[in-house]
Write a protein that binds this ligand. Structure first.
Ligand SMILES: NC(=O)c1ccc[n+]([C@@H]2O[C@H](COP(=O)([O-])OP(=O)(O)OC[C@H]3O[C@@H](n4cnc5c(N)ncnc54)[C@H](OP(=O)(O)O)[C@@H]3O)[C@@H](O)[C@H]2O)c1
Length: 249
């Protein structure tokens, strides 16, 4: 039976991935603060930013395994959509903690564990490269996550690592983006609001199925690369989204 470890299995994409993979015959191991409600998932309640508790939780969850076919570093937070100059350093550090440093801590535990790992996918975002107004802390953290993947690519020579933007997904993260944030101040929100409720924004299970379908394709890129799922599944949409960069003056 193939084994996957997923962070952030209580809701959204992580829960969708856990449901999809366990429904496809995988043994899924997960962790989050609220816990996963899926009966087939072996899950630990764990605040990943508690760096004393984290290794203990990982020892208990994964310590006896001989290896993992797949690791999905999915846990993440959005923070508030706001101008960077209105965002406190404290808020920025909080986002970096979950979206970046937690993943370093998990990667270091996996390195010390030393068992075979087939593939690591760090869940990044188009925000890592789009640089839209208002996405401050989140965009910074995902850009740094892309570099984390590249750097660990050197240190896990037998594991294929990708930082993957999964496209837009209808999760609780979208509640703030589609219902609360100010669309007049932050024009990039319009695209998300138009997509919500259409097939352009799948729910967690649909997004999980798409993500799992591209896992073999990710090996077409060198380990450590940043890949946007739309490059593979929707090249026209990808060109439209990333072709918005203003021309040189
Ligand atoms: N939704 C989108 O359109 C979209 C687009 C691009 C990328 N992403 C990325 O996809 C990933 C999942 O996001 P989502 O949309 O599914 O949001 P979500 O529903 O809010 O899920 C976030 C998950 O992260 C976990 N998490 C957050 N802080 C944690 C902590 N300190 N310790 C342990 N677990 C923690 C949460 O669990 P607990 O709260 O129970 O701890 C939850 O399971 C994120 O990395 C996000 O940046 C999402």
């Amino acid at each position: 039976m193939k084994r996957a470890f997923i962070t952030g299995t209580s809701s959204g994409l992580g829960r969708g991935l856990a449901e999809y993979l366990s429904g496809s015959g995988w043994q899924v191991y997960g962790c989050s603060r609220r816990g996963c409600d899926l009966p087939d998932v072996r899950d630990r309640i764990c605040d990943l930013t508690d760096y004393d508790a984290l290794p203990v939780a990982l020892d208990g969850l994964l310590g006896d395994l001989e290896g993992l076919e797949l690791v999905l570093l999915n846990a993440g937070i959005l923070g508030e959509i706001n101008e960077l100059h209105r965002t406190s350093l404290e808020d920025l550090k909080g986002i970096m903690e979950v979206n970046l440093w937690v993943n370093k801590a998990v990667m270091d535990w996996l390195h010390g564990w030393g068992r075979p790992i087939g593939q690591v996918v760090m869940i990044s975002s188009g925000a890592a490269v789009l640089g839209n107004k208002g996405w401050g802390g989140y965009a910074l953290s995902k850009a740094a996550l892309n570099m984390l993947a590249r750097l660990y690519g050197h240190e896990f020579p037998d594991t294929h690592i990708t930082a993957l933007a999964p496209g837009i997904i209808d999760t609780t993260m979208m509640d703030h983006l589609c219902e609360e944030a100010d669309a007049e101040r932050f024009p990039a929100l319009a695209r998300l609001r138009q997509a919500r409720g259409t097939e352009a924004m799948p729910g967690p299970l649909g997004a999980a199925a798409k993500l799992v379908s591209v896992l073999p394709n990710l090996r077409d890129w060198p380990s450590g690369s940043f890949v946007d799922i739309r490059e593979i599944l929707d090249p026209d949409g990808y060109a439209r989204l990333f072709g918005q960069r203003p021309p040189r003056r």
